[in-house]
Ligand binder design. Structure first.
Ligand code: ARG
Length: 445
């Protein structure tokens, strides 16, 4: 090109401020590539060694924040190469033999995501352990379970926590799958068609810790499905954490009063002195919007692209970085937050018995005595209506009062009408009975 790029264009197209973050992976990729060039005698070994030594120094400059960016540094790849040539002269220009920024950037992003997926997997495991630990600590606490946000049936608090542990286990599965498909090296695809040099792709992939290599160079430089998959897994995990956060927002409200937030994780109001707000849980819920947005953003970037590389692909990094940071923060906060919640067990226990949550027990009682369940459901409906009229709780009814609705009632009914009994009787697999829950606590720990 005869004329220099317009300043506006330079500013518009640069990605350095964003992809600077890839420097450790970019340099690791370059070192492995350069080592291979030397081994295969594509460039002299001594030159390969000089390049590698300089790359190590450049990495140290980045790490110590002393790397000087120049106006022409379009992206992290160009910046590193510019600096390399500055340091060791024209020989630095040999590093890019048999390589293009197209396979280089695909490599960097895969390496980055491999590392971050490992971090997220270990955080997911920690959060599951935290949930299992609080479940174990509060094994006998009972609260109402809800459907439609109406009190439905008593459950163990541990069962509620472990529901999230199950979700996180599936999230772990999604990130693990994603990591398997990430674990393929695109380096050696060149710009799009492969390279004429006799490179050893398998060696480079092995040095960088990849399990295999992409076998179609056009696919290698053009697809970002691995990043979409990562963003999808992050969005789903975010959705789970957001629901957990929402439970904490509700539970910490005056109306529920099931938990008290630790002071260190709550905020006051600038105006109302009595307030203790669940901002942390709310932000975890709120930041989930980013995780969805990032997924849709990358899918939209990709959908109309002709093969192979198009500059649109440069827009893949911000959503990926943002989802990594958002999900990492949401997980760290919950890991620290949950063990410090003060559980108000007496409030939970009182709510578990209120609101006719034991109506199903009465229906099950009648069913056990031989009445068809559908009929029992109707009979108990009438009993609840009666109680509402008389402002009575189910447990306050006497046996003679109950017998007016069905002769099947006898004195043993009383032992059915406690939240503890309701929980204990749900012994079928998956139910909230203490023995089941203990088994699941063990499994998640
Ligand atoms: N900064 C670019 C990106 O992130 C690197 C690849 C540039 N390749 C190209 N042919 N312009 O996608």
């Amino acid at each position: 090109m005869a004329e220099p790029t317009d300043r506006l264009v330079e500013a518009f197209t640069t990605s350095f401020p964003v992809d600077r973050r890839l420097y450790p992976y970019d340099i690791a990729g370059s070192i492995a590539h350069c080592e291979m060039l030397g081994r295969e005698r594509i460039i002299p070994r001594r030159e390969s060694q000089r390049i590698i030594a300089a790359l190590r120094q450049i990495e140290a400059e980045f790490a110590s924040d002393s790397f000087q960016v120049q106006p022409g540094d379009e992206d992290v790849h160009m910046a590193v190469e510019r600096r390399l040539i500055e340091k060791i002269g024209a020989v630095g220009g040999k590093l890019h033999t048999a390589r293009s920024r197209n396979d280089q950037v695909a490599l960097d992003l895969r390496l980055f995501l491999k590392a971050e997926t490992a971090n997220l997997l270990s955080q997911l495991q920690r959060l599951r352990h935290v949930l299992a630990a609080v479940a174990k600590r509060d094994q006998d606490v009972i609260l109402p379970g809800y459907t439609h946000l109406q009190p439905a049936q008593p459950v163990l608090l541990a069962h509620h926590w472990l529901a999230y542990a199950e979700m996180l286990e599936r999230d772990t599965g999604r990130f693990t799958d994603c990591r398997t498909r990430l674990d393929v090296s695109p380096l050696g695809a060149g710009a799009l068609a492969g390279t004429t040099f006799a490179i050893d792709r398998a060696y480079v992939a092995h040095r960088l810790g990849f399990r295999s290599i992409c076998v179609n160079s056009m696919d290698a430089v053009s697809d970002r499905d691995f990043a979409v998959e990562f963003l999808a897994a992050a969005a789903i995990t975010g959705m789970h954490l957001s629901r957990l956060a929402e439970d904490l927002v509700l539970w910490s409200s005056q109306e529920f009063g099931f938990v008290e937030l630790p002071d260190a994780f709550a905020t006051g109001s600038s105006m109302m002195p009595q307030k203790k707000n669940p901002d942390v849980a709310e932000l975890i819920r709120g930041k989930t919007g980013r995780l969805y947005g990032n997924l849709v953003s990358l899918l939209s970037v990709l959908k109309g692209l002709p093969l192979t590389y198009n500059r649109d692909l440069q827009e893949d990094k911000e959503p990926v970085f943002d989802s990594v940071d958002t999900l990492t923060a949401n997980l760290s906060l919950l890991i620290a937050f949950i063990p410090q919640l003060r559980i108000r067990r007496e409030r939970m226990r009182a709510a578990a018995a209120a609101g006719y949550t034991l109506a199903t027990e009465l229906a099950d009682y009648l069913t056990n005595k031989g009445m068809p369940f559908r009929e029992a459901h109707g009979t108990v409906g009438a009993i609840v209506q009666y109680c509402l009229g008389e402002q009575l709780g189910l447990e306050q009814l006497t046996v003679p009062q109950l017998r007016r609705f069905s002769p099947l009632f006898s004195s043993d009914v009383k032992q059915w009408l406690t939240p503890e009994a309701a929980v204990r009787r749900r012994r079928a697999v998956g139910g909230t009975a203490p023995a089941n829950v203990r088994r699941q606590i063990k499994r998640h720990r």
